[in-house]
Design a protein around this ligand. Structure first.
Ligand code: EPU
Length: 406
């Protein structure tokens, strides 16, 4: 594959930013929003609360929460979108009351919600769970020290949004440091919040009386960037990925270079190519700034083409190697121990097969495998891929891939 490709805005940053628009009753404009299924679904979640959500142009969303008159989103919509649980923190912050049915999400392991609920409790909310939904209520939220058992990304975002309008100062200890958390903190600050420390393990939120509407850009999608970089390397091509934030890709690019791939960076773009055979490496998926769990499956596909034995250790989710049995159908030599360690022997020629995408990242990984496999690869349940990647087929085709949406 050869050529240049531009990455879009971050899916996961946008989900948080959309929820944050519930904190004010006026027009907010979100720029650089990816046109993907998860964002459309979050828009429907917000509409089910009474918010107005519309596209101003191809990648700008206008959200107005003045007419929000419900504090519990539609169950059907929430049930398949994990990020929809973010409305809890924002609704609780603005109205002192929020409910949400259990959120869905990918089948990648246990996805508890306790960190979120504990954050609300730490701020003084009364939290209870019934057969229908999680409920949180407080006559007035009060700042406090909140220790998160795990640096949960959405849990940290929920706590920040609830604390933004609380009385006094909140300290989130063991906060998630992901760029998507930083993006939300910066947006909230642009709305008038007082948040420091985002991007580290301790975030401080000084509550303010009110917030104001904002126009704010989303960060580039680091996961889309990583996926295209792997596409370039795995096909032995040369691909330039434009519009990236290199600081967000440090761990990924480090590991990519360790395989022997050549990575050149310049401002907001990077160029990748193969230089001789790829070498086996060890990868551990960890919270940021560790290697992103969302790039674990795509990277494992690359490692099937590396010479030697690679180890992949998924340490964020406890069941995110389900895609491996599908890759084996293509001839990949991968042994798993338990549900979190994969041992990959390579290089193995892959042969086209029919693979079912079980989540957004596994689906992207199968497309990458198809690019390098002999013969034809068919990826089914491709709606999973469309949840997180904008026009991935068109973008890959423009780089020279033979890929068709059926
Ligand atoms: N965890 C707990 N307790 C909790 C919540 C989470 O122990 O109360 C644990 C989970 O069991 C898991 C780990 O924390 O082992 C990570 O979960 P986290 O809560 O950080 O994940 P998330 O916030 O639900 C976001 C992204 C995911 C991404 C993870 C990790 C969104 C909408 N989703 O999920 O993205 O994998 O952070 O970086 O932001 C994707 O885009 O494909 C995707 C799945």
């Amino acid at each position: 594959m050869r050529g240049a490709v531009e990455v879009g805005g971050s899916k996961n940053a946008t989900l948080g930013a959309m929820a944050a628009c519930l904190l004010v009753g006026d027009d907010c404009l979100l720029e650089n929003v990816p046109r993907i299924a998860d964002i459309e679904q979050m828009a429907d979640v917000m509409r089910s609360l009474g918010a107005k959500v519309e596209w101003d142009d191809e990648h700008t969303l206008r959200i107005n929460s003045a007419s929000v008159d419900r504090t519990c989103p539609d169950r059907e919509l929430v049930g398949s979108l994990r990020g929809s649980f973010l409305v809890m923190g924002a609704l609780l912050g603005r109205f002192g009351e929020a409910s949400c049915p259990p959120p869905g999400g990918d089948v990648i392991g246990q996805r508890p919600i306790e960190v979120h609920l504990e954050g609300f409790r730490a701020l003084g909310a009364d939290v209870h769970i019934d057969a229908d939904a999680f409920h949180a209520r407080a006559s007035k939220l009060r700042g406090n020290v909140f220790f998160a058992d795990y640096p949960s990304v959405l849990g940290t975002q929920n706590a920040m949004m609830a604390a933004a309008l609380a009385d006094g100062t909140t300290t989130i200890v063991n906060a998630a440091a992901e760029p998507e958390v930083q993006n939300l903190a910066e947006m909230l600050n642009a709305m008038g919040a007082r948040i420091t420390g985002a991007g580290t393990g301790t975030i401080t939120v000084e509550g303010v009386a009110s917030l104001k509407p904002v126009r704010f850009p989303m960060i580039p999608d680091r996961l889309e960037a990583g996926t295209f970089a792997i596409a370039g390397v795995i096909t032995g091509g040369e691909v330039e990925i434009q519009g990236v934030n290199l600081a967000h890709l440090t761990s990924f690019l480090y590991k990519l270079r360790q395989t022997g791939a050549v990575v050149e960076t310049d401002g907001d773009s990077l160029r990748v190519r193969q230089h001789g055979p790829l070498k086996a490496v060890t990868v551990q998926a960890l919270p940021y700034p560790g290697f992103a769990t969302d790039l674990q499956a795509p990277f494992a596909v690359l490692l099937t083409q590396a010479s030697g034995v690679s180890y992949v250790h998924e340490r964020v989710f406890d069941n995110r190697l389900l895609y491996i049995s599908e890759l084996r159908k293509m001839g990949a030599e991968i042994v798993t121990t338990g549900t979190t360690v994969a041992i990959i022997s390579g290089p193995t020629p892959l042969t086209g097969s029919s693979l079912r995408a079980m989540d957004v990242r596994a689906g992207a990984a199968f497309i990458l495998a198809g690019l390098v496999a002999r013969g034809r690869t068919e990826v089914t349940d491709v709606y999973h891929v469309d949840r997180g990647y904008e026009r991935i087929d068109e973008k890959l085709r423009a780089l020279g891939a033979s890929i068709e949406r059926v």
